[in-house]
Design a protein around this ligand. Structure first.
Ligand code: SF4
Length: 374
């Protein structure tokens, strides 16, 4: 069977190129026409070219012949007592990824995956145990956002429906912190962010999107030079090369000094900061010396530090410090003038917390629920 191009794989520039290469120059493919196609797909959620009524019949037929619009399929979802929800999504080749809708007091955030598994091998992370299966395509990342939006609309939760998506978005923020290292799949992630930013696409402000990385220096530079608008977060987690290399082997290739120098040069917009995620692992990276070293290391970088007490349910032999110790960390950083917050993990009861995404746990839950229902 002949496979079609998924239209969701392309930002506007990419779409123009691919349509030209597949269909040829004969059709009326002005920037206005491209914007119309985007609006049908992303704003009106039309999946069938014949419904795009203000586009010429010839173009609609040509598009239908070579293109399709398909989202990953939500095959299971699980609610947390804290209001968060984890989704298991099936891709066209049968692979599965997870997305998490995180409920916070004043907003909802969607955490998306960028790879099936991950090659980076952080010792405290369950996704690392899967190894890297493959990169996700743009359609499989943007498709997570669209599939979850459509799921929330169809449930009518919080009074949110598709009828007024502008006024009632199911979530306001998107973080690339699910399965995978986003900048290991840089090209797809950059195109996805462009579609998110596009006012005719999903229309998310760059301030509301965060791309997290373990510190792939060349990709950080490319990301900074691209026209994709998003915040950058660095998964730091240590203040010495010795400890960082032990828990994040990627540090051997791109050590702390080089990483921090790259970040000092990163083209930040005025008033913006780089977020540093610091997963606190008791007895590993939470010493008094670490507390003193961190503000010194980050000198010269407009920084915000997110302290994340480790999620003890991981089964990987790491544990969080006592809550009191976490508070001491925050107070100390604040006293040094560092912008610092504590991120208590959400969705812990459904293994949706940071570093816990690994599809086999969710598949097992699904099977158990099916067996109980039978
Ligand atoms: S923490 Fe992120 S980069 Fe590290 S192994 Fe897990 S998914 Fe990959």
């Amino acid at each position: 069977m002949e496979t079609k191009f998924n239209l969701l794989d392309y930002d506007q520039d990419g779409l123009k190129e691919v349509i030209k290469s597949v269909i040829g120059d004969s059709l009326d493919l002005t920037p206005y026409r491209l914007r119309q196609i985007f609006q049908w797909v992303y704003r009106r959620r039309v999946k069938d070219f014949s419904s795009m009524t203000d586009i010429s019949k010839k173009l609609r037929e040509a598009l239908a012949e070579s293109f399709e619009i398909t989202l990953p399929e939500i095959i299971f979802s699980q609610n947390s007592v804290d209001g968060s929800r984890k989704y298991l999504l099936k891709l066209k080749d049968g692979s599965e990824v997870e997305s998490v809708l995180i409920c916070q007091p004043t907003r909802f955030t969607l955490c998306v995956s960028s790879q099936v598994g991950c090659a980076i091998g952080c010792k405290f992370c369950r996704t690392a145990q899967m190894g890297l299966k493959r990169n996700l395509k743009v359609s499989e990342i943007i498709g997570q956002v669209m599939a979850v939006q459509e799921d929330v609309w169809s449930r009518g939760e919080r009074g949110i429906t598709f009828d007024d998506p502008e006024a009632q978005a199911p979530f306001q923020n998107i973080v690339f912190m699910g399965m995978g290292e986003p900048l290991h799949n840089k090209d797809s992630v950059i195109s996805t962010v462009k579609i998110l930013n596009d006012e005719h696409g999903l229309n998310f402000s760059g301030r509301k999107i965060t791309v997290s990385t373990s510190g792939l220096i060349p990709a950080i530079k490319e990301f900074g030079e691209s026209s994709a608008r998003a915040n950058l977060a660095i998964s730091l987690n240590a203040t010495t090369d010795e400890v960082r290399t032990e828990i994040m082997p990627i540090n051997k290739r791109w050590p702390l000094e080089d990483l921090l120098e790259t970040l000092r040069q990163f083209p930040l917009k005025a008033g913006r900061r780089i977020t540093f995620e610091y997963v606190l692992l008791a007895g590993v990276n939470d010493t008094d010396e670490d507390m003193k070293r961190l503000p010194v290391l980050l000198r010269g970088i407009p920084a915000k530090i997110n302290l994340i007490p480790y999620n003890s349910n991981s089964g990987l032999g790491y544990y969080p410090p006592e809550a009191e110790r976490v508070q001491i960390w925050q107070k100390t950083l604040l006293s040094k003038g560092m912008n610092s917050t504590i991120r208590w993990s959400k969705g812990m009861d459904i293994s949706a917390a940071c570093g816990q995404l690994a599809t086999e746990s969710m598949r097992a839950k699904k099977k158990l629920e099916q067996a109980l229902a039978a």
